[in-house]
Design a protein around this ligand. Structure first.
Ligand code: ARG
Length: 458
C-alpha cells in the first residue's frame, strides 16, 4: 500500500519496501499528521478545491482515524510510513473521489519535516519545564545543605573548600545553559516548511499564512528548497540534547565517585540503587551509570546526522529519513531521566564527617594561607613556596593546617601574626571568600537569589 504506484508496471520488491519503511517509528507523528491534514483541507476549502460538504466529510474521517489511533485499533501494518497509512484509511472511509484531494499541492517531503518540527516544539516546551524542575530540586537541596563544606577537586585531588550548595549550584548553572540552548533551538524549529511541496513549491494558489497561523508557526521558510533539505533546526536541537546529556553525565560521574566507599561523601537514595545477583552486600549506582552510558548516543546522533548531511545534494533525499529514530530515542530517554531526577536529588544525603576528613587530609586551606601572606606584602610565588614547606612539615608531623600554632608558623615566616587564624580554619576560611561567584555567605546568598530569579523568568 504505497502512494506512488501510477507510473510503475511492476510491483515493488517486498523486502525493499520493508527495508525502506519508516512506519515503525514515524507513527509517533500521527497526531501531527492529522493536525496538518485538518488545516490543509480547510485551506483547500478556502481556495475552492475542497467543497463545503467534502470538508465536513474530511473532518469526520480525521476524527474517526484519531479515535482509532487513540483506541489502539488503527492498522499501521503493511504501510511504508505514517503518511500513507493515514491517507489509505481516509480513502477507505471517503472513497477515492474525495480523499484524493487531500494530497493536492503537498508532498511527504514538506509534511514530514513540518511534523518533525511540531514534535520537537512540543518536546522542547516539555523539556524546558522538566529542566526547571531539576534546577528547582538542586536549589532546594543547596539551601538544605547550606552549612556543609566539601572539598572541590581539580585533577580529582583536593583543591579548595567550598559549600556543598555552591557545588550543587554549579549544576544549576550548567543545566541553565543547556535550557537556554533548547529555547534557542525553538526559534529555528518554529519556521514553517509546509507549502514547499516536494522541493520547488506548487502551482496551486495555497495560503501559506493561513497554514502558519493555524499550525502555530512563527514564520515561513523563505525558500522551498531549503525547507525540505535543511535540518539545521534539528542539529540545534540535538546539540542542546548533547550539552544537557554531557552535564547529566558529569553529574552522574561525580555522584558515582562521591558515593563510592573510598569517598562516602554522599549517600545515593536506596530507591535509586540496585543490587547484585551474586554479592549480597552490594548497592550499585546503575541509574547513574545508565545515564552516563546513554549520553554516548546523544553525542553520536549529532555526529551521524552531520555525516548524513555533509555530502547530501539538494534538495530532499531519502537519507534524511535517518534523522528520526535516534532523535526519538535520546529524546524519550532524556525525558525519563529528567522526570526521575528531582526525587533522586531530593533524597541525596551529604556526609559532613567524611567530607571534613578529606578536607583535612588534603590541606584544603593551603591556598588561603598563601593568600594571607600575599596580603601582608609577600610576593605570591614566595608565599606559595612558604606554604609548600608548611605542608611538608604537616605531613611529617601528622598535623593538619588548623592544628598549627603561631609559634610553629613563625618558623616559616615572621610575617605570621594572630590574625592568621581565620586562614587556618576551613570554616572561617570559606567565609573569607567574598567575591561574587564564590561560596562565602554573602556571595552564596546572592547566587541563590539570582538562581531563583532565573527560575521565575519565562
Ligand atoms: N519517510 C520519509 C522521511 O522521513 C518521508 C517520505 C518521503 N519519501 C520520499 N520518497 N520522498 O524523510
Amino acid at each position: 500500500m504505497i502512494l506512488w504506484g501510477g507510473r510503475f508496471r511492476e510491483k515493488p520488491d517486498e523486502r525493499m519496501i520493508e527495508f525502506s519503511s519508516s512506519i515503525s517509528f514515524d507513527k509517533i507523528f500521527a497526531k501531527y499528521e492529522l493536525e496538518i491534514d485538518r488545516v490543509w483541507v480547510s485551506m483547500l476549502n478556502r481556495i475552492g478545491i475542497v467543497k463545503d460538504d467534502e470538508l465536513k466529510k474530511f473532518y469526520k474521517a480525521f476524527d474517526r482515524v484519531e479515535m482509532e489511533i487513540e483506541k489502539g485499533i488503527f492498522e499501521y501494518r503493511g504501510f511504508e510510513d505514517i503518511h500513507s497509512a493515514i491517507d489509505e484509511r481516509v480513502k477507505e472511509l471517503l472513497g477515492e473521489n474525495i480523499s484524493g484531494k487531500l494530497t493536492t499541492g503537498r508532498s511527504r517531503n514538506d509534511i514530514v519535516v513540518t511534523e518533525f518540527r511540531m514534535y520537537l516544539r512540543d518536546k522542547v516546551n516539555y523539556i524546558n519545564g522538566l529542566i526547571k524542575g531539576v534546577q528547582r530540586s538542586l536549589l532546594e537541596k543547596a539551601q538544605e545543605e547550606k552549612d556543609k563544606i566539601m572539598p572541590v577537586f581539580t585533577h580529582l585531588r583536593v583543591a579548595m573548600p567550598a559549600k556543598v550548595s555552591h557545588y550543587l549550584l554549579s549544576y544549576f548553572w550548567m543545566f541553565e545553559s543547556a535550557r537556554k540552548s533548547f529555547m534557542f533551538s525553538l526559534e529555528d524549529i518554529l519556521k514553517l516548511p509546509l507549502g514547499s511541496g516536494a522541493c520547488a513549491g506548487t502551482t496551486i494558489d495555497i495560503d501559506r499564512d493561513f497554514l502558519k497561523m493555524e499550525l502555530g508557526f512563527k514564520e515561513i521558510i523563505p525558500n522551498s528548497i531549503v525547507a525540505v533539505s535543511s535540518r539545521d533546526f534539528l542539529l540545534k536541537y540535538l546539540f542542546s540534547c548533547m550539552i544537557l546529556y554531557l552535564h547529566l553525565s558529569r553529574f552522574s560521574e561525580d555522584l558515582i565517585i562521591y558515593s563510592s566507599e573510598g569517598f562516602s561523601f554522599v549517600e545515593i537514595p536506596e530507591r535509586f540503587s540496585t543490587g547484585s545477583s551474586l554479592m549480597p552486600q552490594k548497592r550499585n549506582p546503575d541509574f547513574l551509570e545508565l545515564l552516563r552510558g546513554k549520553s554516548a548516543r546523544a553525542i553520536s546522533v549529532l555526529s551521524s546526522l552531520s555525516t548524513v548531511l555533509k555530502g547530501l545534494p539538494l534538495s530532499y533525499n531519502r537519507d534524511l529519513q535517518e534523522d528520526k529514530k535516534d532523535t526519538f530515542y535520546i529524546t524519550e530517554e532524556l525525558i525519563k531521566i529528567l522526570e526521575l531526577l528531582p526525587n533522586f536529588i531530593k533524597e541525596l544525603r551529604f556526609n559532613e564527617v567524611r567530607m571534613r576528613e578529606l578536607l583535612r587530609k588534603g590541606y584544603a586551606q593551603a591556598t588561603f594561607l598563601a593568600e594571607y601572606l600575599a596580603t601582608k606584602g609577600i610576593p605570591y610565588r614566595k608565599a606559595h613556596s612558604i606554604v609548600g614547606n608548611i605542608v611538608i612539615y604537616c605531613e611529617r608531623n601528622g598535623k593538619s593546617i588548623d592544628e598549627l600554632s603561631l609559634d610553629e608558623l613563625k618558623n616559616f615566616s615572621d610575617v605570621f601574626k594572630e590574625d592568621v587564624f581565620p586562614y587556618l580554619s576551613i570554616d572561617k576560611g570559606v567565609e573569607l571568600l567574598k567575591n561574587e561567584g564564590t561560596s562565602g555567605t554573602i556571595p552564596l546568598f546572592h547566587q541563590i537569589k539570582n538562581a531563583y530569579r532565573v527560575l521565575e523568568r519565562e
